[in-house]
Write a protein that binds this ligand. Structure first.
Ligand SMILES: CC(C)(COP(=O)(O)OP(=O)(O)OC[C@H]1O[C@@H](n2cnc3c(N)ncnc32)[C@H](O)[C@@H]1OP(=O)(O)O)[C@@H](O)C(=O)NCCC(=O)NCCS
Length: 375
């Protein structure tokens, strides 16, 4: 049987750091609340479009695999904050990396987009449609954040990561996964303002209001990620004792701790980035995976469990067997353009831009939360 090994990995975090203290300069919040309720201390804010983060991460992953862009025959761009819709973002990456003969498409399942993309890429390699796939998780949440809403503004950051999947005979890569969606709860995490429906109501692009029932999402995330993880382990016939590392989606330290407890993982088995990067939506899990490999936490041939959760409400858990190599074959010199502004300056600029369009924001009142719930 053909398998899809992860042979390349790379991440791209924008350099500007937004601290809890920075957030407290314009929101009624403080470091103590954010740290104790979420585990977050910092997050990154991008000075470049999301696709630039994606391309830099992609180039690093392709070099790591010892390939060139021309070797890639599938580009999957996992994101819910695309720079544009037509043309798709994956084709933009394809063009810039020179993957001339590749297929390219975008996947949006919110925070789980990379994980769903990993399943699709693996399946297309197993079925023989492609041989070398590039799967990206990237997010530019800062542009769509409702920066006046402390319930959500403290939780998210920007970033990207990518992996290269290659066809192989050894049983490595994704061994099994569970994919699911709690569609009946889709209204509890909704970004009003992103999509044509809102344009028809008169919203300016980038103007957003978030419907966000944090406590209910918290409960569903714990339930979904732990049940999916237990299901995958049961199907493969392994227990938590066999798993070397859990690399979960990082929406809240307390969610991660609750999932780990229910799935039977001790704290030393769980890889954390939430304190440094917050929740980068679809970039979160792959950034954590790449960082786990880069810091020596992933041993050759070991089992890695990756539970994830996001808007939709989508959920997933993937069980991976890492391949024999944990070091890059080559190192890319890809870098972002230098950043000359602080994260707080970038955020304040976005806030000022949104305020200037505030005259049109009355459209949000015309679509009440109750109406939104029905659709
Ligand atoms: C959002 C979340 C951190 C809130 O934590 P919580 O312990 O549930 O906190 P609560 O919602 O009960 O709020 C407690 C109080 O803190 C206040 N609060 C909310 N955000 C705050 C902030 N940034 N700073 C200070 N106070 C804040 C609330 O207004 C509330 O005040 P009240 O009691 O006077 O009404 C938590 O529910 C969570 O992580 N949810 C899931 C995250 C998520 O959805 N991620 C995206 C999908 S993967």
């Amino acid at each position: 049987m053909t398998h899809a090994a992860i042979t390349g990995w790379g991440k791209c975090l924008p350099p500007s750091v937004l601290t809890n203290q920075d957030l407290a300069t314009f929101l009624p919040t403080d470091d103590e609340w954010i740290t104790t309720r979420t585990g977050m201390k910092e997050r990154r804010i991008s000075h470049v479009p999301g696709i630039e983060l994606a391309i830099t991460a992609a180039r690093r992953a392709i070099a790591c695999a010892g390939l060139t862009g021309a070797d890639i025959d599938l580009v999957i761009y996992g994101s819910c904050s695309n720079d544009e819709t037509v043309p798709n973002s994956a084709s933009g990456v394809q063009q810039r990396i020179g993957a001339t003969h590749a297929a390219a498409f975008d996947v949006n399942t919110a925070c789980t987009s990379f994980m769903y993309g990993l399943s699709i890429g693996t399946s297309m390699i197993r079925s023989g449609v492609v041989k070398n796939a590039l799967v990206i998780g990237v997010e530019l949440i800062s542009q769509y954040m409702d920066w006046d809403n402390r319930n959500v503004a403290v939780l998210f950051g920007d970033g990207a990561a990518a992996v290269v999947l290659q066809s192989c005979d050894e049983e490595t890569g994704v061994l099994a996964e569970k994919l699911q969606c709690y569609a009946d709860s889709r209204q509890i995490l909704r970004v009003r303002g992103m999509g044509t429906m809102y344009a028809n109501l008169g919203a300016e692009y980038g103007q957003t209001r978030w419907d966000f029932d944090g406590q209910e999402i918290f409960r569903k995330a714990v339930q979904g990620m732990s049940e999916a993880s237990l299901d995958v382990m049961r199907r493969v016939g392994v227990t938590m004792d066999d798993i070397a590392l859990v690399v979960p989606h990082q929406a809240n330290l307390r969610i991660i701790e609750a999932v780990a407890k229910r799935a039977g993982a001790t704290a030393d088995k769980v890889f954390l980035t939430v304190q440094k990067y917050g929740n980068m939506s679809s970039a979160t899990a792959p950034v954590a995976l790449v960082e786990a490999v880069e810091t020596g936490r992933v041993a050759p041939g070991s089992l890695v469990l990756m539970p994830a959760f996001g808007g939709g409400l989508t959920l997933s858990s993937h069980l991976l067997r890492w391949g024999p190599r944990v070091t890059p074959l080559e190192v890319s010199d890809a870098e972002l353009t230098p950043c000359t502004t602080t994260a707080l300056e970038i955020v304040n600029h976005i806030r000022a831009q949104k305020k200037s369009g505030e005259a049109t924001a009355g459209c949000f009142a015309s679509l009440s939360f109750a109406e939104g719930r029905g659709s």
